[in-house]
Design a protein around this ligand. Structure first.
Ligand SMILES: *[C@@H]1O[C@H](CO)[C@@H](O)[C@H](O)[C@H]1NC(C)=O
Ligand SMILES: *[C@@H]1O[C@H](CO)[C@@H](O)[C@H](O)[C@H]1NC(C)=O
Ligand SMILES: *[C@@H]1O[C@H](CO)[C@@H](O)[C@H](O)[C@H]1NC(C)=O
Ligand SMILES: *[C@@H]1O[C@H](CO)[C@@H](O)[C@H](O)[C@H]1NC(C)=O
Ligand SMILES: *[C@@H]1O[C@H](CO)[C@@H](O)[C@H](O)[C@H]1NC(C)=O
Ligand SMILES: *[C@@H]1O[C@H](CO)[C@@H](O)[C@H](O)[C@H]1NC(C)=O
Ligand SMILES: *[C@@H]1O[C@H](CO)[C@@H](O)[C@H](O)[C@H]1NC(C)=O
Ligand SMILES: *[C@@H]1O[C@H](CO)[C@@H](O)[C@H](O)[C@H]1NC(C)=O
Ligand SMILES: *[C@@H]1O[C@H](CO)[C@@H](O)[C@H](O)[C@H]1NC(C)=O
Ligand SMILES: CC(=O)N[C@H]1CO[C@H](CO)[C@@H](O)[C@@H]1O
Ligand SMILES: [Ca+2]
Ligand SMILES: [Ca+2]
Length: 595
């Protein structure tokens, strides 16, 4: 009897959240944890795995289904873990392999999926492979992209071509040990791996399997667009957008990015992931791609087997000065209208390489943007701290640690620094915002933590966090998981999208977001199915209309930068109906299987 009850509960839980036709990942909400900054368990001022494990309940409380860990691998930390010296071990700063296994076990017990960062483009120069490659030891000699250099007329040997690193300056560094140049699209301590070498391809597949065997659910793949370069090493053309010949933007990256061979490697990984699921439990393991490429080349990852490439349109294509029309066209329609058939959309507002939402846009827009992120179809991706609207902190030159900023000087570092968006998570008002018992942390805690923190937002009647929780709860309803989407511009400043089920117009959800700093009154008449009267279901914190307020379809007041979710009623009648239906179905199932 106990077995039957458990089965019934499982059936109930899964019915409410997952449609039989959709796989777990297609509607999942992803949360990016930057491990150095989330929770420190041992007081050294740096976040770690036991710290993360101790706070997983926060993800459950926030309605998050999946978390992605930025790199925790062994690393000299030149690029904070994106320079890996051993792809299958944990850096002692973050803990041990046992700590990792415990974290995964706890995550599973809480129903959370775990995604690891895969950094295939390069390793650290301290990786054993590079050390052996430098020495010319086989089979490693060809593991990296080596070049003898170009001989000038007077006999001088110089760099192979004009390629520039993302962190500025030539992408080639001379090795006197090997008497050749090696390629590094990032820092010189991050030599690019050579995917034209079959051993390298196999090594990376073994690494993928190693982590799958430890129970993870997929990978977020770092800087995929730079994986393979043109084998004939041609100079890249000038972009004409900057005169600074050391700046990565000085060139158009026709030969170092978006090569078709890169996509072919991705297709092989997809095959591996599918085979793995088939061999084990038939639960899909996913691959999400980080590529700052143009729309065509980004979407092409779908065709080659990525579950989804990150949709960076809200980061790269629009900003706080964009009009509502630009946001609709460039950030929303461009993605939805160009997706391949049956592809799963995704929405990303921020990450550890970009200013926080509250700073890139305004603090007032945090809730409206979270509404877009969490209520449009497909996957949502939330950077840690965005659920409470954390803000960038300005970091002094002395405290700056990001290599991309340290490469600059005191006058120019700020525009290149990614540190302001990487400060510790603001849990509460205790020492270091509850992040660490150490008063000194690897990056300073934002000075606003006494007022802006999770505990305060849990206590408040109205807060960014409360809005976030309401949104993730709504997100689990069928109308958001499966409903159609219709995006309309209601005025110069207000975008509205509806989510509807064909079976029931009762459940329709209308999401209005005002991109201007003034109140707008709009009509929903363009939505033919919109009922005459609606109720505010969720409102952003400074909205003049608050949850529970009745509104008429022909005149809805949306205050400055506000977001509103409207429905026919404040009750979610759908859930009650579904539960009853599920019970009946479950009973039928139990009876038919003669439990
Ligand atoms: C506190 O953090 C600083 C670095 O921010 C570190 O130097 C110090 O050792 C830490 N204190 C303890 C007790 O670990
Ligand atoms: C990585 O670390 C593991 C565990 O310490 C070790 O067994 C393995 O040989 C290392 N691999 C490389 C390539 O250094
Ligand atoms: C590079 O130089 C080495 C030794 O100097 C030589 O064996 C090799 O063939 C050269 N490679 C190319 C592509 O010219
Ligand atoms: C060879 O020519 C290059 C480019 O013209 C110049 O920069 C370099 O100084 C010359 N080297 C010698 C030894 O003359
Ligand atoms: C996975 O699915 C395939 C095809 O439906 C089936 O043959 C196989 O037995 C399943 N494997 C497991 C472990 O369920
Ligand atoms: C996108 O990038 C590819 C590869 O660099 C290029 O061929 C294509 O013309 C670009 N498309 C647009 C619309 O810029
Ligand atoms: C899209 O999904 C539908 C329904 O599952 C299926 O019939 C169709 O073949 C799919 N299209 C593509 C291009 O995969
Ligand atoms: C909300 O309004 C109050 C009072 O006008 C203001 O102090 C606060 O900054 C606003 N907060 C947000 C997130 O809009
Ligand atoms: C919005 O308008 C208010 C009142 O006019 C002003 O105080 C505030 O600075 C404006 N906010 C932005 C982000 O422009
Ligand atoms: C968003 C992201 O993860 N960006 C990373 C891309 O790869 C480089 C090099 O590995 C990192 O420096 C970035 O942080
Ligand atoms: Ca620590
Ligand atoms: Ca590469």
């Amino acid at each position: 009897m106990k077995g039957v009850r458990i089965l019934l509960l499982v059936a109930l839980a899964s019915w409410n959240s997952v449609n039989a036709d959709l796989e777990w990942w297609q509607t999942t909400s992803v949360y990016q944890i930057y491990p150095r900054s989330w929770k420190d368990s041992d007081g050294d001022g740096i976040g770690d795995l036991p710290g993360i494990e101790s706070k997983l309940q926060h993800l459950v409380d926030s309605g998050i289904d999946t978390f992605w860990l930025s790199p925790i691998y062994e690393s000299p930390m030149v690029d904070f873990g994106y320079d890996i010296s051993n792809f299958t071990s944990i850096d002692p700063i973050f803990g041990t392999m046992d700590d990792f296994d415990n974290l995964v076990a706890t995550a599973k017990s809480l129903g959370l999926k775990v995604i690891m960062d895969l950094v295939p483009n390069h390793s650290s120069d301290e990786h054993e492979w590079f050390v052996k490659s430098l020495a010319g030891t086989e089979p490693y000699s060809d593991y990296y992209v080596w070049h003898n250099g170009t001989e000038l007329e007077n006999g001088t040997i110089t760099v192979p071509n004009n390629w520039i690193s993302f962190f500025g300056g030539s992408a080639w560094t001379w090795s006197s040990a090997r008497q050749a140049y090696y390629l590094h699209q990032y820092t010189e301590e991050q030599p690019d791996l050579n995917y034209r070498n079959e051993y390298v391809v196999q090594e990376m597949k073994d690494i993928i399997e190693f982590w799958l065997d430890r129970g993870i659910d997929g990978f977020r793949v770092d800087t995929i667009m730079t994986l393979v370069e043109d084998a004939s090493f041609p100079d890249e053309p000038l972009s004409g957008t900057t005169d600074d010949s050391t700046d990565h933007d000085y060139l158009l990256h026709y030969y170092t990015e978006d090569q078709i061979e890169t996509y072919e490697v991705v297709a092989e990984w997809r095959e591996l992931l599918d085979d793995y699921a088939f061999k084990t439990d038939n639960v899909t393991r996913i691959m999400m791609m980080e590529a700052y490429s143009n729309l065509t080349m980004t979407l092409l990852y779908y065709d080659y087997g990525a579950h989804f490439p990150f949709n960076f349109r809200f980061i790269r294509s629009v900003d706080s000065s964009s009009t509502a029309q630009e946001v609709k066209e460039l950030a929303i329609d461009a993605w939805l209208d160009n997706l391949p058939d049956n592809a799963t959309a995704d929405w990303v507002l921020g990450n550890h390489d970009n200013s926080r939402v509250a700073s890139r846009y305004t603090p007032e827009q945090v809730d409206a943007l979270n509404m877009i992120n969490l209520l449009l179809p497909g996957v949502s991706v939330t950077y840690y701290g965005e659920e409470i609207g954390m803000e960038d902190e300005s970091i002094s030159w002395e405290d700056t640690v990001d290599p991309q900023a340290c490469n600059q000087d005191e006058d120019s570092y700020e525009s290149n620094s990614r540190d302001p968006a990487r400060t510790p998570m603001q849990w509460d008002t205790t020492t270091s915002a509850g992040f660490s018992t150490n008063e000194s942390t690897w990056l300073p805690v934002n000075s606003n933590y006494l007022t802006l923190n999770l505990a305060a937002q849990i206590d408040a009647d109205v807060s960014h966090y409360k809005v976030f929780q309401d949104l993730t709860t709504l997100r689990k309803e069928t109308v958001i998981q499966e409903g159609t989407v219709n995006v309309q511009l209601l005025s110069d400043n207000v975008i509205c999208f509806s989510r509807e089920l064909e079976s029931s117009s009762e459940d329709a959800v209308f999401v209005l977001t005002n991109f201007a700093n003034n109140t707008e009154t709009v009509s929903l008449d363009v939505f033919e199915n919109a009922p005459d009267s609606l109720v505010v279901y969720i409102a952003s914190v400074n909205s003049t209309l608050t949850a529970g307020t009745a509104v008429s379809r022909s005149s809805v007041e949306v205050s400055a930068y506000a977001g509103l979710v409207l429905r026919t009623s404040t009750e979610s009648s759908a859930n009650v109906l579904i539960s009853t239906a599920t019970l009946t179905l479950c009973m039928a199932f139990l009876v038919s299987h003669q439990f």
